[in-house]
Ligand binder design. Structure first.
Ligand code: COS
Length: 391
């Protein structure tokens, strides 16, 4: 890979070796059983991979979004569920990094950096998906506590996380400006994890409901000020979307590598199918798209890493790059994995080969952390803003 510093190239190589030795032997079983892979978590903890993106002052390695993307990509090349562990740790901790007080950062970030505690992000509700400000979860202040009532769903790491960043309206009449963000620990009275979903892909990762029934959250766990919640969510997603792009690039690379090796081995009409031009053109397109997605992803990460922490709205071109990377990489992952199944023909449709799993896993990257329709909306709005045109 051109343009990456030696430190990141070494990290990339170390993660590749770890993924091949510790993740690859388990990936098919994790998919089949849909059991959360605590052994993956242990492997990532042992290799300090939860630390990568977090600031050094709080136990992180300070390698930013680019570092987190490289790790997510390499893990996802073998198993998207492993990459997602790093991506969601970023998603769940970024609100604390961006908006937390010094005390909150000291209390929560080192535990998340070591991997002792997994993090999660609770924004989505049954009636509030793309329209993220439409949630019905309420938070009412009573003395030194907030009382939360409502529910979140489709939350990655539900039931396995120790710390959840949860968004609730403190002033429902104020819409997006009335939303606030809270750090909720798993032992909070009145908080429970509800139903876990059965899914098409990323089956080893948990996805489920968070239930709040008079949940009592100390006032000290409010992130920023009342009303900052929507901005915290948007500032987080602007950055975390790069990790989903990284997951998508990794899935695409994994499928391409497998299809390429297969095409050299598989013989039909007396020669390897890789010698047929029709197959060669497919493989060339798969490789070109994957590399283009990777370069866009790295450019987006490098641009975002230039920005400081804090809640200030990102320059239009920075959030645009992030949305473009997520959009292009996830569409690429879907296309490349579908083509990889095609390269393998009937064998590609069978669970003995990993490309059908990769194709199922790729689909979610077009949906979560903002559907690709929302990414297009973000890109278009920022283009118009840059031109000074009202949207
Ligand atoms: N950074 C900081 N602030 C932002 C922002 C951003 N990227 N985008 C919007 N805001 C602010 C706006 O400035 C506005 O603030 P003011 O009221 O003070 O002016 C407020 O947030 C509302 O903005 P807007 O009117 O643009 O909000 P919309 O309801 O139109 O929603 C989208 C904007 C669609 C981009 C947003 O709802 C979104 O990202 N939806 C997808 C949610 C998502 O990704 N869900 C997945 C959940 S995690 S798996």
């Amino acid at each position: 890979m051109t343009g990456l510093p030696a430190e990141l190239l070494a990290l990339r190589q170390a993660v590749r070796e770890l993924a091949e030795s510790r993740i690859a032997p388990r990936a098919a079983e994790v998919d089949r059983t849909a059991q959360f892979p605590w052994d993956y978590v242990e492997a990532l903890r042992q290799h300090d991979l939860f630390r990568v993106g977090l600031p050094e002052a709080y136990g992180g390695l300070g390698l930013g979004l680019l570092g987190a993307a490289l790790v997510t990509e390499e893990l996802s090349r073998i198993d998207a569920v492993a990459g997602l562990l790093v991506a969601v740790q970023e998603l769940g901790t970024l609100p604390i990094v961006l908006a937390g007080s010094e005390e909150q950062k000291k209390e929560f970030l080192p535990r998340c950096a070591s991997g002792e505690c997994l993090a999660a992000f609770g924004l989505t509700e049954p009636e509030a998906g793309s329209d993220a400000a439409a949630g019905r979860t309420r938070a009412v202040r009573r003395g030194d506590e907030y009382v939360l009532d409502g529910m979140k769903h489709f939350v990655t790491n539900a039931g396995v996380a120790g710390v959840y960043v949860v968004f609730a309206h403190t002033d429902p009449a104020a819409g997006a400006r009335g939303m606030s963000a809270f750090i909720v620990t798993s032992d909070t009275p009145g908080f429970a994890v509800g139903r876990l979903q059965h899914k098409m892909g990323i089956r080893g990762s948990t996805t489920g409901e968070l239930l709040f029934d008079g949940a009592r959250v100390p006032r000290s766990r409010l992130l920023g000020r009342e009303g900052d919640g929507f901005r915290i969510a948007m500032a987080t997603l602007d950055r975390s979307r790069t990790t989903i792009a990284a997951q998508a690039v990794g899935i695409a690379q994994g499928a391409l590598d497998y299809a390429l090796a297969y095409a050299r081995e598989r013989r039909q009409f007396g020669r390897p199918i890789a010698e047929f031009e029709g197959l060669q053109f497919m493989l060339a397109d798969m490789a070109t798209r994957t590399e283009a997605a990777r370069q866009l992803l790295y450019a987006a990460c490098a641009r975002l890493d230039e920005e400081g922490e804090g809640l200030a709205r990102l320059p239009a071109e920075a959030s645009r790059l992030s949305a473009m990377a997520k959009l292009f990489a996830s569409d690429t992952a879907m296309q490349v994995t579908t083509d990889a199944v095609q390269v393998l023909g009937g064998y590609g449709y069978m669970v003995e080969h990993p490309v059908e799993r990769m194709m199922r896993d790729a689909k979610i990257t077009q949906i979560y952390e903002g559907t690709n329709q929302i990414q297009r909306l973000v890109v278009a709005r920022s283009l118009l803003e840059t031109l000074g045109v009202a949207r």
